[in-house]
Design a protein around this ligand. Sequence first.
Ligand SMILES: [Zn+2]
Length: 251
Amino acid sequence: MSVTNKLLRLYKVDCQVRSLRSRVDSAERYLKQQDRTLDELKAKKEALDGQARQLKATIANDENETNSIEERITSLRDKLNNATSNKEYSALLTEVNTLKADKEAVDERVLESMTRLDEIKSAIDEIKGETKERTKVRSVALGERDQRAADVKDRLTELESDRSTAAGDVPPQALAKFEEEVEFREDEVMAPIEEHSRKHMEYSCGSCQVLLPFESVNRLLGNGDLTFCGNCGSILYIEDALREVVTGGKK
Ligand SMILES: [Zn+2]
């Protein structure tokens, strides 16, 4: 078997492995995306929970303040009733009015806090609902990922063993070149020669469609040494059907 045919055997196994893996990989990516969404929802909810706790504490403090202001107003009113001079009366009245204004300001603040707290609570409820939905989606995604992984497991083990047999058969230098290229080009690492015009002996690279020098075709028909497309760098091979046609025509 020529180097090119040995590489072709490896390449075909590689393509099958990639295609099987890609189904599992896409399910895996989808699952991870669900996990990220759930993490984001969790972080949002924690932030809102924190804000709600703070607001509740602020409201409790403000309500305490209101109560203590009320107590002071009540005791000042007693004093007002027992005031012995106009001067004392008007001083006490001023103090009562100042406290009343203070209390109104605090009441206003409490009202604002409560409105904000309601908003936060409904945002939390919304996130809870979304989390519930997303959790269902995630569980379906997990099942799908596991199913796909299970579906291809045996076939992948088989193919991986085929791959190491095929790779072991390729001369080390050609294998190194192939491994280096396949990393970036994946399924594009090899390309079949395509017939353009038999009459004019024109053949092109199946990957980039650029016409190939006929010596490349001859080389593949002959000893089948490693042959690259001069334009795109694909490792070229010749399909059996085309080989028969071309050599049959010559004989
Ligand atoms: Zn090419």
